[in-house]
Design a protein around this ligand. Structure first.
Ligand SMILES: [Zn+2]
Length: 295
């Protein structure tokens, strides 16, 4: 966690990266991808989002470590270690994410809350760690906040998982061990206050119970937007979904409302996967929105 913190009033937010670099082909991450966006943005701008020679989208997988006056909160916990995954690039990882969290001054026992914006493999992995062959909560004193609809959607004993095989094993190894120990706080569609500074709001579409987090302190506002968008291209093209959005119309509506709210409240936007800049403001344009004031 060597990166400089983003300050929202009395709240400090630091990015803890697990993976960074070229990932999916641009047309797979964004099925509406059209090479003409290169002409619209110019080669220098687009090169921030998509590697010019390979056409692979540049992405980061990171956790936002949020320190409010009251609590230490992790927003999304990346892929985790030693987990068997259907997506090969994310399977059986062995990174030093946890060591770097500790080196940045956060002991696992000190984490008060873990927010799962949704239950995809790259957002809940470090919820648990493998100890003596058993998955145990990595943050034993934390409350893990998950929307109730989201939890039930990915629970194989409640919802048929046919068609959702890309996310296989995730519920069983990263949610259930936490739930069984009584650490999961399921919240309903009306939203949820994690502490005085962080409020969760449902923004479905990417998944049925996907949420965002509003940070507020001393009149300043931050917006942890989760996977309501995956690439800065979607700031400029808010109607372009990712290839992983489950409800296309809902995902577009949520993305637009997130961007509109960010403009209206002059919020620092902090998505879960953007390549640099990772935190920025947005402004409205004639055709959509634009990234501005990178932090
Ligand atoms: Zn994600």
């Amino acid at each position: 966690m060597s990166e400089k913190a983003v300050h929202i009033g009395n709240i400090a937010v630091t990015r803890l990266e697990e993976i960074y670099g070229p990932s999916f082909p641009a047309g797979m991450l964004l099925p509406s991808w059209d090479a003409s966006v290169r002409d619209d943005f110019g080669p220098a701008t687009i090169a921030q989002f998509v590697q010019p020679d390979t056409n692979l989208a540049l992405m980061s997988i990171h956790t936002w470590v949020v320190r409010t006056p009251q609590s230490t909160i992790l927003v999304d916990t990346c892929n985790g270690n030693h987990k068997e995954r259907a997506m090969e690039d994310m399977s059986m990882l062995n990174t030093d994410w946890l060591e770097r969290l500790v080196a940045g001054g956060v002991q696992p026992e000190e984490v008060d809350a873990v927010v799962c914006t949704h239950i995809h493999l790259d957002h809940v992995g470090w919820n648990t760690s493998l100890v003596d062959g058993e998955w145990v909560p990595t943050f034993p004193n934390a409350k893990y906040f998950v929307n109730k609809t989201e939890y039930e959607f990915w629970n194989p004993s409640v919802t048929d998982q046919t068609g959702l095989e890309f996310n296989a094993n995730v519920f069983d190894d990263s949610m259930l061990p936490v739930f069984d120990r009584g650490l999961v706080e399921l919240w309903d569609g009306g939203g949820c206050q994690v502490d005085d500074s962080l409020r969760l709001e449902l923004k479905p579409g990417h998944t049925p119970g996907h949420c965002i987090g509003w940070l507020e302190s001393n009149g300043q506002v931050g917006l942890l937007s989760g996977d309501s968008m995956h690439s800065a291209v979607q700031v400029y093209r808010p109607d372009w979904n990712s290839g992983f959005c489950l409800d296309a119309d809902e995902a577009v509506a949520s993305r637009r409302s997130v961007l509109e709210a960010a403009v209206e409240r002059n919020a620092v936007l902090m998505p879960a996967h953007f390549s640099a800049p990772h935190a920025f403001h947005v402004r409205e344009t004639q055709t959509g929105f634009a990234v501005t004031d990178a932090l």
